[in-house]
Design a protein around this ligand. Sequence first.
Ligand SMILES: [Zn+2]
Length: 419
Amino acid sequence: MKLTQSFMNRCSSLVSRRSFLPVILVMAALILFNARQVQGQGGIEVKDAQVVVVFGEQITFQARLNAPVPIKQASILFREVNEEVTRVETLEVGEDGTVSFRYDASQNVLPPFSTIVFWYQVTLADDKTYTSVPIRFRYEDNRFPWREAVSGPVTVHWYDGDDAFGQGALDAAGAGLLAMNDIIPLSLDAPLDIYIYSNIGDLQGALELGGETWVGGHANPELGVVMVSIAPGAGQSIEMETEIPHELAHVMLYHLLGDGYDRLPVWLSEGIASMVELYPNPDYAQALTIASENDSLLPFADLCDSFPPDSGRAFLAYAQSQSFTTYLHNTYGTTGLMSLANAYVDGLSCELGAARALSTPLSQLETRWRESVLGQNVTGVAMRNLSPFVLLMILVLLVPIWGAIDIFRERRRRERESK
Ligand SMILES: [Zn+2]
């Protein structure tokens, strides 16, 4: 349990695939749309449009299509608003114009709390095609009776805990915004939704996180959605003040960098997010000391694309990233950190981005960090690592020298004998 708690503030921006969701309690949400929303173009009318969502299982789209002439063919088209591919499904049209389509949400992963847009396309007997006005709805995790509290652009949603719990989460979000502002000044204008699950199982059920059991929080910056797991109780404040600012930092970085956010090395985005945590993890320092003494620190070049999948090394990766990014911020300031982020956004490699932004390659920054923060003597370590080669060189040199000495002795002996 301690292990799980020490990983409570770990997050992931990756959603892995899983073929089913173990939803035992099935709750369906019925979404109705008013007539004005669904008026078709001239020739058709979409009536009684509704969507029934059983989160993680299925989405059922229903409507009645009215047309002045018989309908030859009808389809429903839909996608998550940020997706490039639109799904197209042919519909059976009933005698009274009713259509229904059931989408299997357990196999095709739609991000939780994403916005889905759908519309109908109808070809009539006169071969004219009409398209209805697009309708949007939110694919909510409706397995829980969410409550909500709002402050400015931030809305907190929770289902376990009292009013003070929701207010505490809003306060943690506010403090996180201020902390982020100290590192990289920026403002949050877009709406942000924070969903607080009361246990890791509920959260992972929503995220379909597969094997990544150490993940305790998640940000989907594109959607402006943060999902964390915090149980009401004595530890709630500390958990809120670490997890919420951390995930919020990811969203704010995305707002600042746009699509270029995905090109940041993982150690940098996680490093900045970990710096914003209001309660730095006390176990980080110990993990760093032990790894430094055992010579088991992870090279930052290996933490550019992803973090190790196992929880032990992932924890070390977070500890190193937090310490290294803090070192960079202390050394080069906000301006340095921003130009580093921008170099990566421009597509430079992990090593070269640092060389352009800070005039020092990543490997050399890492050496300086090891020396000034961890107190390592990297130059001395390098010499020790070289010693077998130095020994070999000495041996190679000694053999001819020994031979020369031998020849010299022999000559001296002959000289003595000839006297
Ligand atoms: Zn993170």
